[in-house]
Design a protein around this ligand. Structure first.
Ligand code: GDP
Ligand code: IMO
Ligand code: MG
Length: 420
């Protein structure tokens, strides 16, 4: 039992990367299992900010191994530029980054179609990151996608078939020029040269590593409420962000899973469209956004902000079997007189005590009100030093969600983490 899984418990951007970096000090292998360059994972070390889209957030410790699992959709340009940026920062990456031979590749037309599909959607926009994620996963499900392994075996016939199909789509549905097959092919051959030595068969790699006693951390992207099955469909991403995705996206057996940590902000944010019961509109929302610097790490879009939602976390606990919670950005709440927490919903006059699969837009939050603490906590070193009202806020969340809180984060830095 040596695998820990880190999963976003809300709508993404919960501070997963900060927690993953913090935990990675004692971990041998960190692996992404789903999503792609739609993720924006921020790690701050010695005041320096790193934003990862594809490379696991544990890369900043010198001896960790980082793996991109088969469930991830890999954009070659993003991966290469991320590796080059790390080299510029003198971070050794040789023999430290591996990619599954079964990961699907995000191709130029995936991104173009993602963008144009959104443009044409009018009242049905998802607000995607335009990174081609949904379109690439759709091709995976249609069994016409190109995988990393295809770069080494029968690439031409598979690629020409896909490019022909996509060029028809570009012309007929979006009235765009067809793409040049040769250019896509040459770019992929160039990509193959750059990653050749990094490609592995992940299930056997993980099996052997776990047998040798290595510790593994699985890095979720996005969050539970963006899961294709358990999220606020259709306003979700196109992968299983939850525990099932961690297994299918790596080929690691469920038997090895020891800890499943749900990461949640002490309030809630969301980017893109879709229901959000505790959302604060107007001045209050702007205040929380400015205090929390809530702007997307991938697209720079302002994040929608609202109060903590217990039902959402219970939903995440139920699906993922969370063994613990990590509560982040508690420092951001230091400036409020009173802090509302949503403890249930009213749906057309009836109280419901679960996160519904439909009708969330018509759920009215039921709030409990907790007193604020109104003092800076970002330099505190111990749990015992936190103001009484802040401790009460954290303890109430633990009580209402019925999930033990393992850590509390009070700032973006590694040292701004308190163990409970
Ligand atoms: P992720 O996608 O879940 O990894 O989260 P993001 O990196 O997109 O967004 C989290 C943001 O909050 C980043 O800018 C982090 O540096 C920052 N952050 C993480 N934990 C804390 C915290 O406890 N307090 C504050 N103030 N910022 C934090
Ligand atoms: P991390 O890993 C927050 C959102 C998009 C959009 C929806 C679908 O940094 O937490 P997609 O491009 O995936 O088809 O967009 O999902 N979204 C995220 N929101 N954090 C993320 O990742 C996200 N990745 C996608 O805003 O609403
Ligand atoms: Mg993010």
């Amino acid at each position: 039992m040596s695998v820990t899984v880190v999963i976003g418990a809300q709508w993404g951007d919960e501070g997963k990367a900060k927690v993953i970096d913090y935990l990675s000090e004692k971990i041998d292998i960190i692996a992404r299992y789903q999503g792609g360059a739609n993720a924006g994972h921020t790690v701050v070390v010695d005041q320096k900010k790193f934003i990862f889209h594809l490379i696991p957030s544990g890369i900043l410790y010198p001896n960790t191994i980082c793996v991109i699992g088969n469930g991830v959709v890999v954009d070659p340009d993003v991966l290469i530029s991320e590796m080059e940026n790390l080299k510029k920062e003198n971070i050794q990456i040789e023999n430290r980054i591996f990619i599954s031979d079964a990961s699907h590749i995000v191709l130029p037309f995936h991104k173009i179609i993602d963008e144009h599909k959104e443009k044409q959607a009018e009242n049905h926009k998802i607000g995607t990151t335009k990174r081609g994620i949904g379109i690439c996963y759709a091709d995976k499900m249609l069994r016409i996608g190109i995988r990393i392994g295809d770069l080494f075996y029968q690439l031409e016939s598979k690629l020409s078939n896909l490019v022909n199909l996509k060029n028809k789509e570009l012309e007929l549905l979006y009235h765009l020029k067809p793409l040049d097959y040769e250019k896509i092919y040459i770019d992929l051959i160039d990509f193959r040269k750059k990653i050749e030595s990094m490609v592995i068969h992940t299930p056997s790699f993980f099996e052997a590593s776990i047998k040798q006693g290595k510790t593994v951390l699985l890095e979720g992207a996005q969050g539970t409420a963006l899961d294709i099955d358990h999220g606020t469909y259709p306003y979700v991403t196109s992968s299983n962000t939850t525990i099932g995705g961690a297994l299918s996206g790596t080929g690691i057996s469920y038997r090895h899973i020891e800890n499943v940590y749900g990461i949640c902000k002490a309030y809630v944010t969301r980017v893109g469209e879709g229901p959000f019961p505790t959302e604060l509109k107007g001045e209050e929302g702007n205040r929380l956004r400015e205090l929390g610097a809530e702007y997307g790490a991938t697209t720079g879009r302002p994040r929608r902000c609202g109060w903590f939602d217990v039902e959402l976390i219970k939903h995440s606990g139920r699906i993922n079997g969370l063994t613990g919670l990590v509560l982040t950005k508690v420092d951001v709440l230091s400036y409020f007189e009173t802090i509302p927490v949503c403890v249930g919903y009213e749906f057309f006059g009836k109280k419901i005590d679960y996160f519904p699969s439909y009708g969330l837009e018509d759920c009215i939050p039921i709030y409990e009100y907790l007193p604020g603490w109104k003092e800076d906590i970002s330099r505190i070193n111990r749990w015992s030093e936190l103001p009484k009202n802040c401790k009460t806020y954290i303890e109430k969340i633990q009580e209402w969600t019925n999930i033990p809180i393992k850590f509390v984060s009070i700032g973006p830095g590694r040292d701004q983490t308190l163990m409970l």
